[in-house]
Design a protein around this ligand. Structure first.
Ligand code: HEM
Length: 282
């Protein structure tokens, strides 16, 4: 991941400005997922297209959702069939031959695993990296502190956890299965709810001064990765990518800042994060 980040930075070279999302953050997690699955990096644009259509267009257009799902199922089925014929040392091969208690995992579930890797592992992390880049672009004092310590310093751990708490990019949904009430609000079976992890991360009952982005926050039990049995499976990969991406960028461009002539655009909805971050580099 570090080498990959350095390659992206080398491509920016001596330019005096850049788009930190288009030229950097959006490429990093997709590289991680492509390498893990064992698919070519040239599939990355297609993955990003599915993510855009699935999270930005499909909530208002069911036909679009069905089209995206059909394309993903076709892609995953072909890739899994390929690994059944010709196993390799990758996650696709592991999924294609997976068993639970000695029983082969069904084709539908295998396809689902591949889809989930693409939908859960890419724009979530790219949103977190982008939010961190956007934040530190506006806080030279915090950037300077991070630059002054080694990569394995606890300050980096605190910085990454605080980015995750403050900018928590993911909101999930649940369906109520039993009569209950939450803080006096009655809820009935079948009701749709949003589990707003970002709001929980700003709960004054859980965090001292939640409105402050605090690099020195030592106790940070945020819920950016969810809670319970569905808690994020990729949280440590996400943390690794976020840490490495921020370290490499901030060290390469210690004086970067938001371009006053440009504007940051944000994806909204279930996964929230910057899609364009125009910055001045020197
Ligand atoms: C900063 C980046 C990330 C954030 C904020 C994030 C957030 C979340 C959240 C909130 C959930 C819980 C869903 C729920 O309770 O229903 C979740 C689930 C999941 N995430 Fe992540 N995620 C990130 C990165 C990743 C990565 C890199 C991967 C894969 C490599 C991944 C794979 C998954 C999977 C497979 C689940 C489903 C787990 C289950 O249902 O049992 N995530 N993620």
């Amino acid at each position: 991941m570090r080498e990959f980040c350095r390659r992206l930075i080398a491509e920016i070279g001596d330019a005096s400005s850049a788009d930190a999302a288009e030229q950097y953050s959006q490429h990093i997690p997709v590289h991680g997922i492509c390498s893990m699955l064992g698919v070519p990096e040239s599939d990355a644009d297609m993955f990003r297209d599915w993510i855009y259509r699935n999270f930005q267009l499909a909530p208002k257009d069911l036909q679009e959702r069905l089209r995206v799902i059909a394309e993903m199922v076709e892609y995953a089925s072909a890739a899994l069939a390929d690994r059944r014929r010709e196993p390799k040392d990758d996650l696709l091969t592991l999924i294609a031959h997976a068993e639970i208690d000695g029983v082969p995992v069904s084709q539908d579930l295998q396809v689902g695993y591949v889809q989930l890797m693409v939908l859960a592992g890419i724009d979530t992390t790219w949103s977190a990296i982008g939010s961190g880049l956007w934040h530190f672009a506006q806080h030279p004092d915090q950037r300077a502190r991070l630059c002054s310590v080694e990569n394995n310093d606890v300050l980096w751990v605190q910085a990454v956890e605080e980015v995750l708490r403050f900018y928590a990019p993911v909101t999930m949904a649940r369906q109520v299965i039993g009569e209950t009430d939450v803080a006096g609000c009655p809820m009935h079976p079948g009701d749709q709810t949003l589990v707003t992890f970002p709001a929980a991360n700003h709960d004054p009952a859980a965090f001292d001064h939640p409105e402050i982005f605090d690099l020195d926050r030592e106790r940070n039990r945020h819920v950016a990765f969810g809670l319970g049995i569905h808690r994020c499976l990729g949280s440590n990969l996400a943390r690794l990518e976020l840490t490495v991406a921020l370290q490499e960028w901030i060290r390469a461009f210690p004086n970067y800042r938001l371009d006053p002539g440009g504007s940051t655009t944000w994806a909204s909805g279930q996964v929230r994060g910057p899609r364009n971050i125009p910055v001045i580099l020197s």
